[in-house]
Structures are given as structure tokens and as C-alpha cells.
Design a protein around this ligand. Sequence first.
Ligand code: AP5
Length: 233
Amino acid sequence: MAQETSRDVGPIVLLGPPGAGKGTQAKRIMEHYSVPQISTGDLLRYNVAQGTELGQAAKAVMARGELVSDDLVCTMVRERLKQPDCKRGYILDGFPRTAAQAGWLDALLDSKLFDNSRPTRAWPIVIRLDVDYNQLLLRITGRRSCPTCGRIYNVHFQPPRTDEACDSDGSKLVTRNDDRLEVIQPRLAAYQEQTRPVADYYQRTGRLVSVNGDLPVDDVTDQIYRVIEDHHA
Ligand code: AP5
């Protein structure tokens, strides 16, 4: 499919448990439609690495696999959405993650809180990636990422050409701090308890589309493009 760079797209919300493939798919949507990926996990990890006030508040919470407070995350998202690159649309990866964040986002999109030059009133396209539990565990434990360009690999499913080195820039691949076995269970529990109600909320309001996230990466991407195209048809 040809790359789209002119029309408005989304906003797109990617929902799904840890390891479902949100980041992998968000990067593809970003390249295809030329709209930015806004990953709250990546933004928080950046703040932790930089030692900002936000990073200091989030660090221990993330290391335990729990969710960072709604106030901190919503403030961070609002600042990011004010950037001009969000004008044509954006992909929210890992947000909203609680019922409060979903309500906050609806209010934002209703322009009550949003003072950007393009206060989009479009409801988000909410896409949930459904993935089998055992597959999730393999994906999380096998994940490696490039600290330089952010490209995501998997030692089981998408290994780099050279052991532990990024295909794009040769950087040594790293394992995320919260992909340790003892942190995976709390992350999955946080999804069940706090994020499932978000999917229920979007389901009730007729906005949730589920795709089969168990399929190979290209097939999942094809399903997502179809959902986006159908939405805009
Ligand atoms: P975050 O960074 O959002 O992590 P997550 O939701 O746990 O999701 P992951 O990044 O683990 O997985 P993913 O779905 O992106 O999968 P990926 O594409 O990498 O959040 C981290 C922490 O930050 C949270 O625990 C919380 O503390 C905090 N936080 C973030 N947002 C927050 C919010 N809104 N509110 C409060 N706190 C927040 O793929 C995984 C692996 O599988 C990769 O190796 C990939 O190569 C492979 N893979 C992907 N797709 C496929 C496929 N189709 N087939 C085979 N392998 C595949």
C-alpha cells in the first residue's frame, strides 16, 4: 500500500496487554501514514533515563510493573499532543490505560482541555491486539530493542541479522528492565485489573475493534490498515 502523507489519520489508540505488539505495529503505522507514535512507555523510559522529576517519580513504579499515576501520565500526554507533528493525527501506544485516562482523553478530544491549533474532535480509532497468553510470555522474554533507534527485535520471532546488534545502526541491543520474569506477572495483572475496563468502555460505546494479534507481524499490520481505511471510508 502506498505511503499516506496528506490526509488526517486517527487518532489511533492501540490497546493490548504487555507484549501484544503495540510498539511494533505503532512504528509501522507511523511510517505508513506519517503520523507520530506517542508511546507513554517510551516517554516515561526517556524521562527515567534523563533523571527528570517525572522520571524520578515513575522509576520505582515502573520497575515494580505497576502503573504510573494518571495525573503524571495525562500531563505528559497533553504536553506531547501540543507538538505540531500531531496536527494530522497520532498513534497512542499504551494510553489510555485506566478508565480515568480514557475519560480524560475523551474530554481532551472534545476540546474542553485542548488548545492546539487543530483541536481534533474525531473520536479515536481504538484497536485492541488480542494475543494468546503463552505467546505473550515468549514475546516479552524474547524482546530486545535498540537503544539508539528504538527498533524492536525478538530472539524467537524477529532476531537481528547479527547476534545482539541492531540491523540498522549496529548498536548493542538491550533488554528492558521490566521484562524481567518477576516483573512480568505484575504488568499482566495491571493490564487485567486496570486496562481491561478501558476496552470494555470502548466496547460499550461502539468504538472497539479487535484484531488477531497472534498472527505474524505483516498479517497483523494488514488487519490494522484495513480497520483504519474502513474507518476513513
Ligand atoms: P509500555 O512500554 O507501554 O509497555 P507494555 O504495555 O507493557 O507493552 P510492551 O511495550 O511490553 O509491549 P508491546 O505491546 O509494545 O509489544 P512489542 O511491540 O514491544 O509500559 C511500560 C510501563 O510504563 C508500564 O508497566 C507502566 O509502569 C508505565 N506506563 C506506560 N504507559 C502508562 C500509562 N498510560 N499509564 C500509567 N503507566 C504507564 O512486542 C513485544 C515483542 O514481541 C517484541 O520482541 C516483538 O518483536 C515481538 N512481536 C511483536 N509482534 C509480533 C508478532 N505478530 N509475532 C511475533 N512476535 C511479535
